[in-house]
Design a protein around this ligand. Structure first.
Ligand SMILES: Cc1cc2nc3c(=O)[nH]c(=O)nc-3n(C[C@H](O)[C@H](O)[C@H](O)COP(=O)(O)OP(=O)(O)OC[C@H]3O[C@@H](n4cnc5c(N)ncnc54)[C@H](O)[C@@H]3O)c2cc1C
Length: 378
């Protein structure tokens, strides 16, 4: 009789766990409430899927703010290089971009999903559509994901299954998520995209929305944000304070008779001029030639470090990743097996580990899935 295992959740973690268990001879039933596997995976990286990060383990762990040590074994056995090798062997050409982010060369997340599905069916995994509401017969690998983007199927339902088996679930909260703000900085600027701005030295793109701040740079910063923190934006990271001041001197000399609010249009998008002047405590109605050195310096200071008050994170439903979940210290790191219930394993975002942006979260799903698939019945 072949050994059986049920894997609940067909995201990257459940798929990888199923593939490894089936390759080890298990009769694997992979269950998901969706018609097909990988619904969330298909929308990752704006449909391009940043599948992993081509870095070493220390660099990886520097991008995991909590419970990084728990991942060490899984990462050692299935590091980013192995994930890249796995996808290349499945026929997916990969490309490494800025920040060592790895994408399929085709720019299509679909290729990653198809590769995982191909490997799963080649290994003999059977797929069953079902919404699992109570723990199936053991052994089971729970890979039901977090609680963000619930329309993809990852609605936090797996936490109840884990709790019923005696596990503690750290309350889920949003990580990698837009930030909410009522700061004057966003007044009148909704819809504005700012390219080549910097937060904490990282240069990128952000978006001003009706409710606050979003876009890749903000999503990245949100994972580090704590209640009470402001976001400080360098609007001109390519220029030093001295260079920016020299630029303003030149612009103000050229546009002397113009209102200051017009003279700044060469260096700032129009909707940002009123809030920047307000933050610099400079009247917008004065002429460029009337702007004294102190006022100019204050404008430079605000442009180099525009402080935006943040009220909160956007809700968990809008988050890229869930922080919280099944406590990592209740899981054996080598096999992802529960310390509470023999034969119950976990994989992926259901576990209380999350990382910054850069492909690390999908890799956590892959390497914990690998460990669970290799660990079941071992
Ligand atoms: C918009 C977006 C973009 C992202 N982009 C990236 C990126 O580019 N790179 C990156 O590293 N990370 C990215 N992420 C994060 C990444 O998608 C997740 O961390 C990853 O998908 C987690 O994998 P998982 O297998 O643990 O769970 P999931 O992918 O969430 O899969 C869990 C599966 O379990 C199923 N399920 C849940 N409960 C049940 C149940 N009771 N019964 C049956 N089935 C159930 C769900 O239907 C779902 O299919 C992104 C996330 C979002 C939302």
């Amino acid at each position: 009789m072949p050994k059986r295992v049920t894997v609940v959740g067909a995201g990257p973690a459940g798929l990888m766990a199923s593939i490894q268990a089936a390759r080890r001879g298990f009769d694997v039933t992979l269950t998901d409430k969706n018609d097909r596997p990988g619904k969330k995976l298909l929308i990752t990286g704006k449909g391009r899927c940043n599948i992993t990060n081509d870095c070493d383990i220390d660099t990886f762990l520097a991008n995991v703010p909590r419970n990084g040590r728990f991942l060490y074994g899984a990462l050692s056995r299935f590091p980013p290089r192995e994930a890249m090798r796995f996808f290349r062997e499945e026929g997916v050409a990969l490309t490494v971009e800025r920040g060592r982010r790895v994408f399929p060369e085709s720019g299509k997340a679909r290729d990653i999903v198809d590769a995982l599905c191909r490997a799963a069916s080649a290994a003999g995994v059977s797929y069953v559509k079902a919404n699992v509401r109570s723990l199936p017969a053991l052994p089971v690998i729970l890979a039901t994901g977090g609680a963000s983007y619930p329309h993809t199927g990852s609605d936090g339902g797996g936490y109840a299954l884990a709790s019923a088996a005696g596990h503690t679930v750290t309350p889920p909260e949003a990580s990698i998520v837009p930030l909410l703000s009522r700061d004057i900085f966003i007044e009148g600027a909704a819809g504005l995209t700012l390219k080549n701005v910097a937060i904490d030295g990282e240069v990128g793109e952000m978006l001003i929305t009706h409710t606050g701040l979003s876009g890749p740079l903000i999503l990245g910063a949100s994972a580090r944000w704590r209640k009470g923190d402001d976001i400080v934006i360098d609007l001109k990271p390519g220029l030093s304070r001295e260079q920016l001041d020299a630029r303003l001197v030149r612009d103000f000399a050229l546009r002397g008779p113009q209102l200051l609010s017009n003279a700044l249009r060469g260096v700032l998008p129009a909707p940002l001029i009123p809030p920047i002047l307000a933050k610099a405590e400079v009247a917008p109605g004065i002429k460029a030639c009337e702007t004294d050195k102190q006022a100019r310096r204050r404008i430079v200071d605000v442009m180099k470090a525009a402080r935006v008050a943040i009220t909160d994170k956007a809700p968990l439903s809008e988050a890229i990743v869930t922080r919280g979940g099944v406590r990592a210290d209740e899981i054996k790191p080598a096999t992802m097996e529960s310390k509470k219930q023999d034969g119950l394993h976990f994989a992926g975002e259901i576990i209380d580990v999350d990382a910054y942006t850069g492909g690390y979260n999908l890799h956590i799903a892959l390497c914990t899935g690998y460990a669970a698939g290799m660990g079941v019945g071992a």
